[in-house]
Write a protein that binds this ligand. Structure first.
Ligand code: ZN
Ligand code: ZN
Length: 232
């Protein structure tokens, strides 16, 4: 698919900028103005989840996770690239629902840099979609993002059943935290001592990522972290 217009505001992209125009993978997805509206996350922030803070420390939510039985220690750290504001929300939903895998490229440079800075030697694992959702959408946005990391990702996880539907069916189960939407694929050998890096588009409460960490840790992983595009 050709991208001659900004994904977000549809203004024409400047495609005659010398050499870059010859290399389609160098073409931007967003116009300069929309690109500049993205707000990269940097310190001071929460050392565990990237939430912006006045000073670098652990935020209240992460403190609570650390103190909650069955939830502490599941996720070592989440690093998000950008603040999930209204602008990024629009960019991400355009990406997800246009069914155009190539759009993940707009985050390629930031993903690579962040991987090298914080997660060298870890194994990227995209958060899977259920089969049903995958059919609907045509691609997994997390896997498309993971394509741009400097090392190959491994699809170690599977999603048992669509979580939203499962929790509707079993509201009781969900309230008690019994919904276990992820499992390690049957053909995966031991992960002993490995550092797994979950890849997803958004970190909201971090619940999904922690649920995904459970089977990986049971399978021997030494630690599980996350790299996400947006932090709400
Ligand atoms: Zn634009
Ligand atoms: Zn935090």
């Amino acid at each position: 698919m050709r991208h001659d217009r900004c994904l977000q505001c549809l203004s024409p992209l400047n495609t005659n900028a010398g050499w870059e125009a010859l290399f389609s993978w160098k073409k931007p997805m967003l116009c300069d103005e929309c690109q500049e509206k993205l707000r990269p996350l940097t310190a001071p922030w929460c050392v565990h989840c990237s939430r912006p803070l006045p000073v670098t420390e652990s935020c209240g939510d992460c403190e609570r996770w650390a103190k909650t039985k069955n939830w502490s220690g599941l996720l070592t750290r989440n690093v998000s690239l950008f603040l999930y504001d209204e602008h990024l929300q629009e960019v991400l939903s355009a990406y997800k629902y246009r069914g155009d895998v190539e759009l993940a490229k707009m985050f390629a440079d930031s993903l690579k840099q962040t991987y090298r800075k914080y997660f060298k030697k870890s194994i990227p694992v995209p958060i899977p979609l259920s089969e049903e959702r995958l059919q609907e959408r045509g691609f997994n946005q997390a896997a498309a993002l993971a394509e741009y990391l400097p090392v190959a990702y491994k699809p170690l996880l599977m999603r048992r059943v669509d979580e939203a539907k499962q929790s509707k069916r079993s509201r009781h189960g969900r309230l008690r935290g019994h919904v276990r939407p992820f499992a390690v694929r049957e053909d995966v050998k031991s992960l002993t001592g490995q550092h797994i890096l979950l890849i997803d588009d958004i970190y909201t409460t971090g619940t999904t990522l922690r649920k995904a960490a459970i089977p990986l840790l049971h399978h021997g992983a030494g630690q599980v972290s996350a790299l996400t595009v947006a932090r709400s």
